[in-house]
Design a protein around this ligand. Structure first.
Ligand code: F6R
Length: 596
């Protein structure tokens, strides 16, 4: 949801900015731009509504020198996708350039005031007002001017302002992520540490209210006073993780990484889950019920974990759509499991306000332990998926399901709902997941091209599942729609006859996570009777024989066929390839949704 980067480097900065922007593009790709301070106190700005590669080409044709600059990749919220609305935005004098991620909710009132005071506010975007507010306060120095400007804002922001006259950079954050990191070649600011990972070893995360000034030295302020810097954190992201290697797109690489990710999660969380020690060490209180909270794919992962808690230990559970949580009644003794791969999703953070008000304990199940969610939670379960660059979540989903399942086992053993021996048996079962996942990917790579060729011209797809597998079908449908731009509806198979069957006509593709039950077979018979094209994901003899029994690896009944999701990921990607879609950057989407 917009990515920002800034750098003060020993050599030319534009290559650094564009390389970092390419790694931030998952946050939005409606437009991209850079501004660089020139030795004479002026700015050079390049912006385009095309992608980062186009900006690189433009800079190659029309180079920009300078060692300090800011860059931005946009996911449009306010104002159309035009070059004029692209960041960076300059003040009236052309001395300051600003990049911003977040939403300034009082921008209209501020803009009106600025215009009355004679400012030329050139764009439609909320962000531009900030650079004019900084301009008005500049007499006090850039850091104080940024502080004075942000005091007038409501909403959320991670922003960086460049002063071309002094070569100084000042950044501030409130409700949007921002890190600062120093390496041998310079100092960097970025929305995501992955953007600058190849150049640094450690980083610091700005907390709400921090203002950091990067000049000849780096200084920190908070609440109008000098402040201690936040703690240094180790960056564990490797260059290989950020590279597409020989894959056609990041999504295929990330699909393939899932067996390894699954093994990594189980190595971290399996042992402390099975004996309940993870629960005892967490300091969390006993609970009467569990609410899983999240959006999109993360909510689907949460639903799978809720299904496990209900099925194996009879724990009452509720799945809360974080973007619709305003009327959520948080019952007493609820343990909240908040699922968010980024940990920055505004809807999730807003729903947490409600939870905190009721005093319910929160566990973050996240791939970003240092994110806003991680910092607010009472306990953090890191998902260990590594950086995910494809906008459509794949490996983070699998990591969330397994991490959440380990927590569920730990909680049930730790509170005496399950015997330790049961916990041990369940973790042993989970040990088969990496092989189940690998087998599913292998089978899908063989079978999917023919299935996708036969169905990619369909106008839409139905997905069916039962029990916990319904949450897997939901995830399959979400992947298909976001990648292919075809409608995809997911239903409990038993519900088919209560309405959705009307959608089935000759050739309608119906993907079923086939648990082999007679009720599922009855639903599939109803589809076939109307000429629907059943794509059953099941055991030997099914259209997509991706489930455990096929290769002799026993499936895991109590958590349902998680491996079915990999087959659906491969199917969604292949249908999208045949329809000529941008696999890693589906239209209208962004990976980290930091607006409500
Ligand atoms: C879909 C997808 C989204 C996210 C959702 C929540 O592939 O990735 O549905 O799951 O936007 O994001 P996080 O997990 O960062 O809270």
């Amino acid at each position: 949801m917009c990515g920002i980067v800034a750098g003060r480097t020993s050599g030319a900065v534009t290559g650094t900015l564009t390389e970092a922007l390419a790694r931030l593009e998952y946050r939005g790709y409606d437009s991209v731009g850079v501004a660089v301070a020139q030795g004479d106190g002026t700015l050079q700005v390049r912006r385009t509504t095309a992608r980062v590669e186009a900006l690189v080409d433009r800079l190659a044709a029309d180079p920009v020198g300078g060692t300090t600059g800011v860059g931005h990749t946009r996911w449009a919220t306010h104002g159309a996708v035009t070059e004029g609305n692209a960041h960076p935005h300059a003040d009236c004098s052309g001395r300051l350039a600003l990049v911003h991620n977040g939403i300034i909710t009082n921008a209209d009132a501020l803009r009106a005031g600025l215009r009355e005071r004679g400012h030329v506010v050139a764009s439609d975007v909320d962000s531009e007002v900030v650079v004019h507010l900084v301009e008005e306060a500049l007499g006090t120095g850039l850091a104080a001017a940024v502080e004075a400007a942000v005091e007038q804002l409501t909403g959320t922001w991670a922003l960086a302002v460049l002063d071309a006259l002094t070569g100084e950079l000042v950044a501030a954050s409130h409700g949007s992520p921002l890190v600062v990191a120093e390496g041998p070649e310079g100092v960097y600011l970025a929305s995501d540490v992955a953007a600058v990972a190849p150049w640094i070893e450690d980083f610091r995360v700005l907390e709400d209210g921090h203002v950091v000034a990067v000049g000849d030295t780096t200084t920190w302020r908070h609440g109008g006073r000098a402040a201690e810097p936040p703690p240094l954190r180790r960056c564990t992201i490797s260059v290989a993780e950020l590279s597409r290697e020989l894959y056609a797109d990041f999504m295929s690489k990330e699909i393939d990484e899932q067996p390894l990710v699954a093994a990594r999660v189980l190595e971290s969380w399996g042992a402390p889950a099975q004996d309940g020690s993870l629960w005892h060490g967490s300091g969390l209180p006993d609970f009467a019920r569990v609410a899983v909270l999240g959006c999109g794919t993360s909510l689907n992962a949460g639903r799978a974990v809720a299904g496990v808690l209900g099925r194996v230990a009879g724990v009452p559970t509720q799945a809360v759509v974080a973007s619709e949580a305003d009327d959520w009644v948080v019952e007493p003794d609820t343990l909240v499991l908040a699922f968010s791969q980024s940990g920055e999703t505004a809807d999730v953070l807003r729903a947490l306000d409600r939870v905190e008000h009721r005093g319910a304990p929160v566990v973050a199940v996240t791939n970003s332990a240092w994110s806003a969610l991680g910092r607010r939670a009472d306990f953090v379960m890191s998902c260990h998926a590594g950086p995910e660059i494809g906008v459509a979540a794949t490996k983070t989903y699998t990591a969330q399901v397994l991490t959440g399942t380990c927590l569920a086992i730990a909680a049930c053993v730790g509170t005496g709902r399950l015997a330790r021996s049961t916990g041990r048996a369940m973790v042993a079962d989970l040990g088969r997941v990496p092989d189940l996942v690998a087998q599913s990917i292998g089978v899908a790579m063989q079978a999917v091209p023919t299935i996708a060729a036969a169905t990619s011209e369909a106008s839409g797809f139905l997905f069916l599942g039962r029990g916990i597998a319904r949450s897997y079908a939901d995830e399959g449908a979400l992947k298909l729609k976001e990648l292919s731009y075809l409608w995809a509806e997911s239903h409990a198979s038993g519900e088919l006859k209560h309405g959705p069957l009307a959608l089935v006509e000759p050739g309608t593709p119906v993907v079923a996570v086939d648990d082999g039950s007679s009720r599922m077979q009855a639903s599939l018979a109803e589809v076939r009777a109307r000429g629907g094209d059943v794509i059953d994901i099941g055991g030997p003899g099914s259209a997509l024989p991706a489930l455990g029994t096929t290769g002799g690896i026993p499936g895991i009944d109590w958590c349902g066929p998680l491996e079915s999701v990999m087959a659906m990921q491969v199917l969604a990607r292949q249908v999208a390839v045949l329809r000529g879609r941008d696999i890693d950057k589906p239209r209208n989407l962004a990976k980290s949704v930091t607006v409500e």
